[in-house]
Ligand binder design. Structure first.
Ligand SMILES: Nc1ncnc2c1ncn2[C@@H]1O[C@H](COP(=O)(O)OP(=O)(O)OP(=O)(O)O)[C@@H](O)[C@H]1O
Ligand SMILES: [Mg+2]
Length: 198
């Protein structure tokens, strides 16, 4: 199963085109970087690839079929700001229960059992992001789109999270898109790189 973008174009309302006719294919086991200056449309492209936003032109196919956000979700998106991605009224235990995450993933991400009874507002940014990553690594995930997933975190936390993700990636042959402004991180993690320009 591949994640394919065919001739994607996007603009917000009548603003200028952000990108035109982007073609992109992500195969199982591949780690691809997505670079580009701020405002070039990386986050917008991530949302389109994950099926949250419809492109103005072109299409996204998953295993040859148009992507949808209904039912089983093989494509998962992780954002830079975990506090915006979590329901403030759900305890972390409930967040994980929905996603069916294996204990080994929680352990690799350094998630402590006492955090499970907390609400999002009671955890630090780094702790919350571990939950967002865990939630995105449920057992059905085949493709992960990491939109500046560790940008706000210290180097040790960043390394721990990426180790956990890359272990899962190898075990399950997941495909990953890595969005980052850190060229070094992208060079270290990625098999190839795609660039958006302004
Ligand atoms: N809802 C919206 N309506 C109009 N313009 C928008 C909207 N959302 C984003 N934009 C604009 O679209 C452009 C691309 O935004 P996007 O968030 O995709 O960029 P990005 O490459 O992810 O930037 P960054 O590196 O800063 O995260 C920006 O100029 C932004 O201001
Ligand atoms: Mg962005």
């Amino acid at each position: 199963m591949q994640l394919e973008a065919k001739k994607l174009s996007y603009r917000y309302g009548c603003y200028p085109w952000l990108f035109r006719e982007v073609d992109f294919t992500l195969s199982p086991g591949e780690v691809v970087g997505l670079l580009g200056p701020s405002g070039s449309g990386k986050t917008t492209l991530c949302r389109i690839l994950a099926g949250y936003v419809k492109p103005a032109e072109g299409r996204v196919l998953l295993g040859g079929k148009p992507i949808t956000r209904k039912g089983y979700q093989p494509v998962q998106l992780v954002f830079q700001h975990p506090e915006k991605a979590l329901n403030p009224r759900w305890r972390m235990r409930k967040v994980l229960k929905e996603a069916e995450v294996e204990d080994s993933i929680l352990e690799a991400l350094g998630i402590q059992s006492e955090w499970l009874s907390h609400f999002p507002g009671e955890l630090s940014g780094g702790e919350l992001q571990r939950f967002c990553v865990a939630r995105a690594l449920g057992k059905g995930t085949r493709f992960l789109i990491a939109d500046e997933m560790t940008t706000m975190l210290d180097a040790i936390t960043q390394a721990q999270i990426w180790n956990a993700v890359l272990n899962a990636q190898k075990q399950r042959e997941m495909g990953i898109v890595v969005v980052s402004h850190e060229e070094k991180l992208v060079a270290r993690l990625c098999d190839r790189v795609m660039r958006l320009s302004r």
